[in-house]
Every structure is written in structure tokens, then in C-alpha cells.
Design a protein around this ligand. Sequence first.
Ligand code: SAH
Length: 355
Amino acid sequence: MNLKDHLLAQIALNGPMSVADFMTECLLNPKFGYYTTRDPLGAQGDFITAPEISQMFGELIGLSLAQCWIDQGKPDSFTLAELGPGRGTLMEDILRATRSVPGFHAAAEIVLFEASPALRDRQAQTLSIHDPRWIDSLTELPEAPLFLVANEFFDALPIRQFLRDGDGWHERLIGAEGESLAFGLGPNTSQVALADRITDTEDGDLVELCAAAIPILTVIAGRIASYGGTALIVDYGDWQSLGDTFQALQSHERVDPLQAPGHADLTAHVDFEPLALAARAAGCAHTKLTPQGIFLERLGITARAQALASPLGGTELETLIAAHRRLTHPEEMGNLFKVLGLYPSYAAPPPGLEP
Ligand code: SAH
């Protein structure tokens, strides 16, 4: 049995499945799931992320979190958390950059939220000297100030897709055509969760809903509103998305998401507005959605790149210059990726972001 056969058997039993259920099976099925079974990052893997491109990304995020901690009166016990920490590279860079901030490490409890056993092992290796703790549910986050980062985490959460038809919506479903998986449409239904999208869409438009993100945001924002702290959410997407952004990546190439279930990374662009609304509903303030390039420039990435460049020459220097460009240039990651900051309404927003 492989994942495709397992999915076909499920469809034969229960009928077509939502894109969300398909994503969950493909990414996190305990036996065949993409994340459960492998480390997908890096040049040899399927995709590369900002912390894997350059240490500068994590260093600047780390200094931003530490500055928030200082601005909020240096609480003497807090949670330093990451959602979907991948290989642990971002947290390692955060911890190295903040080593010289007096009291920061001593006050921090490092908490990681990670679904993949393979990547938990990898994080345990990378971060062994820092003694991190893993949680299985966000509700296990300590009742304490929370300083949190999530890079390319929300894009991996399952989405449902809906096609507008009059005042109703057809859900895009995945069913079987012979021995193959195929897209189809469900019946026309009204969707309470999409009531606000009737005004900004037309017949035939496709919209996406990520229900799984909301309870996560609610817990995080609740902790920050009650105990202080900040969250930096970095991902590709926009305030409100329109159209099909469901995509599969294998060996750095886009592939058909139905082709090789469990062997490709599946993602969708992040709609930041529902995240911001959930944060507000939980009593937390949020910043303007800011392009990653602008955020990193404001935090001083150019000065950091110059400092790192001074002893370098040849290919090492070229790699550094390329990494700086890749993280910040509008035609690379600089504009596609956005940053949303959460912070308590009585505090200053995180450095590099505006209220
Ligand atoms: N933040 C890292 C890795 C991004 S890849 C980086 O920037 O390099 C997405 C990460 O989220 C992986 O660690 C993956 O295993 C984790 N992940 C995906 N879905 C998850 C879920 N539902 N719950 C917890 N972790 C999840």
C-alpha cells in the first residue's frame, strides 16, 4: 500500500475529500506523510527557506525578539517559541545572536511546536545544548510572556477551496477517475465563513479558507494579550488572497499536487487578514503587514551583510551577496514574503514593523 492507494480506498469508502483533508493526509499521515517521513529542506531537498539561505535572517529575528523583551521590562521568565522549526536553524541563529543580551537566555524556556518526528530528531540534534521542549498542542504553551516566531509554518496548514456561483459556493474536492486522483466540484452550498467574500468576488472566482490557523492564532494572541510578548509570523501570501494558490514542490520544481501524494511539499499562500482578525478578537494588537525585504532592511540587514562580507572573498563573498539579494529583493523573496507582528496593545510594536 502506498499513499495514493490509501487515498483512493478512502475516497471509495467516503466519497471525494476536501483539499484540506488531502493536504493533511499527504503532509502528516503517520506512515506515508511528506513531513512525517523526511527532512525536505535544503539544496538536496524540495525547497529552501530563509533561515537555510542565510544566518542573517535568524540573527535579525532574534535581535528583534530580544529588543521586544527589553522594551517590555525584561520579564524574568518567558517562553521563546517556534512553530514548525524545520531543521532548527532559525532557532539556533536566534540563540546565537541573542547570547550577548544580558539575562535573555537565562529567562527563556525554549518551546517548539513540530508535527514531524523526523524533524523533531533533527531539531534535537541542532539545539541539544539549549534543552528545548516540544509540545503537541498550542494549549500547552506556558501561562507566561510569549516571544514567538513562525517562518513558513502557516503555508503548510490545510486549506479548503471554494468556487463562487451566484450567492453560493462549490467546494473543490478530490475524487477518483479510474485509478487516478482528480479534482471535481461539490454541490452549491452557502458558506457562513465566506459571507464577507461575497462583496469582493465574482462568479467563477476561487477563494481559500484556512480554518486550522484560527485556533492557533487565538492561543498565541491570548498569551501575548494576557502575559506580554510578541509574535513574528513570516510567510508568503497577502492580506486577502484570491485564486488558486494550492501548489506542490518537488526538487525545487512545481509539480501537479495530485501526481505523487506524500512525495511533494504542499502549500497554499497565507491569508493574513483572518490571522490579524483572530489576534484582535483575542485582545492583541497587530502590525501592518510588511514585505520581508522592507522588514529586514529596517532591521539592518545591509550593515550585517557588510560586516559578514569584510573577511570574505571569491565564492564565499558571492554567496553572501546572493543571499542578501534573495532575502530582500522585490523580485525574489522580498515582496512575496510578508511579516505580521503581534504585540500587547499597551506595548510598542516589534522593531521593523508599524502599528
Ligand atoms: N520554519 C522552518 C521550516 C519550514 S517548513 C524554516 O523556515 O526553515 C514547515 C515546518 O512546519 C516543518 O518543520 C513542518 O514539519 C512543520 N509543520 C507543518 N505542518 C505542521 C503542523 N500541522 N503542526 C506542526 N508542525 C507542522
